[in-house]
Design a protein around this ligand. Structure first.
Ligand code: 5AD
Length: 328
């Protein structure tokens, strides 16, 4: 286990990272094996009440054309993905209060009939909501902390409170979800010290999944003039996370691939063991613009699976047939 100082030193080191990435790859191989888990991602609504400074879906962005998929449409989309072989469906959206507890429960119960694991990625909700979703069969929840730096968190998320977010993560843990979190790399004024604290936070809460992505500036957000985050730094944060948390699930994130066509393969060779192909219906896909030029677009669940297979073949890995829970 690295100390905080060691992590900071690794992050500050501008030399070659081959050794770090090779060690992360070895830990990944030993603790999770060579199978890669595919998660079919459905981006079911791009309506969001929040104002996160980096995100293209932020409420004040009037230039996005907003959509909401109806419950039947979401369930059908999940069915297609399940028939194409996906064993996990990830339901992601902006923070859209249209989806009441009851509506979401209906969607989750509908999808659970297809014998898949269900992951939710829909932001901050009440304990009672989280409990109801779990009772209907939701298995996992993704809620990135984004940054553990309190001042930076405040600047990036007007009207939000980092303590509320931490409380949400605690609630999810208490309800026995598999809990995913993660951070952005390349936020303005973010330091190696603060990234080291992010990694130690993942360890402290014993996250089951950690997603790390470089910032990609969106032209319709206050961060439009920011330089993009460094792919190498994002890969380093990911590799250190793998080495410290060992058996968790770590996706090769789309943001990594968006920055560099080789990004996902590099990630799979530096600690990642999950990919999340996008199975959102084509009519909505390009409207879910968290950041511009999102990678991995294709026409349907089968095609995105094929696309993932290609990527995996290049990295010498195979696709898992299981649900892909954290290895004990
Ligand atoms: N660049 C990269 N990642 C982003 N996210 C939001 N906006 C951006 C951006 N501009 C990430 C956040 C969020 C996840 C769904 O997408 O970390 O948790």
């Amino acid at each position: 286990m690295y100390s905080r100082e060691e992590i900071i030193e690794i992050l500050k080191n501008t030399g070659d990272n081959e050794q770090l990435f090779a060690l992360a790859d070895k830990v990944r191989h030993e603790k999770t094996g060579d199978e890669v888990h595919l998660r079919g991602l459905i981006e079911f609504s791009n309506i969001c009440k929040r104002q996160c400074k980096y995100c293209g879906l932020r409420a004040p962005n009037k230039k996005v054309s907003r959509y909401r998929m109806m419950p039947e449409e979401i369930i059908l989309c999940a069915q297609n993905a399940a028939e194409a072989g996906y064993k996990t469906i990830v339901l992601q959206s902006g923070e859209d209060d249209y989806y009441s507890r009851d509506i979401l429960c209906r969607i989750i119960s509908g999808i659970k009939k297809f014998d898949t694991a269900v992951t939710l990625s829909i932001g901050e909700r009440s304990f009672e909501d989280y409990k109801a979703f779990k009772d209907c069969g939701a298995d996992r929840y993704l809620l990135r902390i984004e940054t553990t730096d309190k001042d930076l968190y405040k600047k990036m998320h007007p009207g939000m409170d980092i303590n509320t977010r931490i409380r949400c993560l605690e609630h999810l843990r208490e309800l026995d979800y598999e809990v995913g979190t993660g951070c952005l790399v390349g936020l303005p004024d973010q330091t190696p010290e603060s990234l080291a604290d992010d990694i130690l936070f993942f360890k402290e809460i014993n996250a089951d999944m950690v997603g790390i992505g470089p910032l990609i500036p969106h032209p319709e957000t206050p961060l439009k003039e920011c330089p993009p985050g460094s792919l190498t730094t994002a890969l380093k944060v990911m590799a250190i996370t793998r080495i410290i948390l060992e058996n968790i699930n770590i996706p090769a994130t789309t943001a990594m691939e968006t920055l560099d066509p080789e990004g996902r393969i590099l990630a799979l060779k530096s600690g990642a063991n999950v990919i999340m192909p996008n199975v959102t219906p084509t009519i909505y896909k390009n409207k879910y613009e968290i950041y511009p030029n999102k990678a991995g677009y294709s026409e349907n669940a089968l095609k995105s699976r094929k696309y993932a297979e290609e990527i995996l073949k290049k990295a010498g890995r195979s696709i898992s047939k299981g649900y892909g829970f954290r290895k004990k």
